[in-house]
Ligand binder design. Structure first.
Ligand SMILES: C[S@@+](CC[C@H](N)C(=O)[O-])C[C@H]1O[C@@H](n2cnc3c(N)ncnc32)[C@H](O)[C@@H]1O
Length: 191
């Protein structure tokens, strides 16, 4: 049957690939360019802007990507044969504890029923750092919406901060406005 994205894979592939310059994408590139992490996981890689960046820069990072959308997995396997792509969900990662130094995910959490299982998993498989980009954050409470085939949520900042303070030793919160309705929040947490 495929996911919401599989139903119009060419459209979404182009959409993600053509938004390379979004400021909310640049944060992780800066982190990776510092050369502190050799082994990273990305959950929900879409068109693969992170493996593309790693290749363009010639950075020696072992990259693994997880996706639930088969169309993105097939394309990534062809375009980036040197990297590892695995079918799976951010809510149940097929890796042992501490398998990666850093885990990253952008614009997925709003499509899950909630963010908790995903963060438990990111924390479990990661040794050092977890970076997640949200695009819909409210100043108070969560608004949970069934988007028919995917979720379409807004998350409240106070609840998110409380939850992450239990899982991580320290988190930084960076807001990046990209025009309505995209108030991106980058959550950068140390294990
Ligand atoms: C809005 S797109 C963002 C793609 C990419 N991260 C980017 O920033 O361009 C959401 C992506 O998350 C993937 N996705 C959705 N739910 C997922 C899940 N439970 N586990 C892994 N990937 C998921 C979708 O297939 C899609 O590629």
């Amino acid at each position: 049957m495929g996911t919401f994205w599989d139903k119009d894979i060419e459209k979404w592939y182009k959409h993600f690939a053509n938004s390379w310059d979004r400021p909310s994408r640049e944060y992780i590139r800066t982190v990776l360019s510092l050369g502190q992490y050799n082994n990273i996981l990305e959950c929900g890689f879409g068109s693969g802007d992170i493996p593309l960046y790693i290749n363009r820069k010639g950075i020696g990072i072992k990259y693994t990507g997880i996706e639930i959308t088969k169309g993105f997995l097939e394309k990534a396997g062809v375009v980036f044969p040197q990297h590892t792509f695995i079918e799976g969900s951010i809510e149940k990662l097929p890796f042992k504890d501490g398998s990666f130094e850093l885990a990253y995910s952008r614009h997925i959490m709003e499509y899950l029923t909630n963010y908790r299982e995903a963060f438990y998993e990111l924390r479990r498989v990661t040794e050092k750092r977890v970076v997640v980009v949200f695009f819909r954050i409210t100043s108070d409470k969560d608004i949970i919406c069934d988007g028919e085939g995917y979720w379409d949520n807004y998350y409240g900042l106070p609840g998110l901060k409380d939850f992450l303070s239990i899982l991580f030793s320290n988190c930084e919160y960076h807001f990046i406005h990209e025009g309505e309705p995209y108030l991106n929040l980058i959550v950068d947490c140390e294990v």
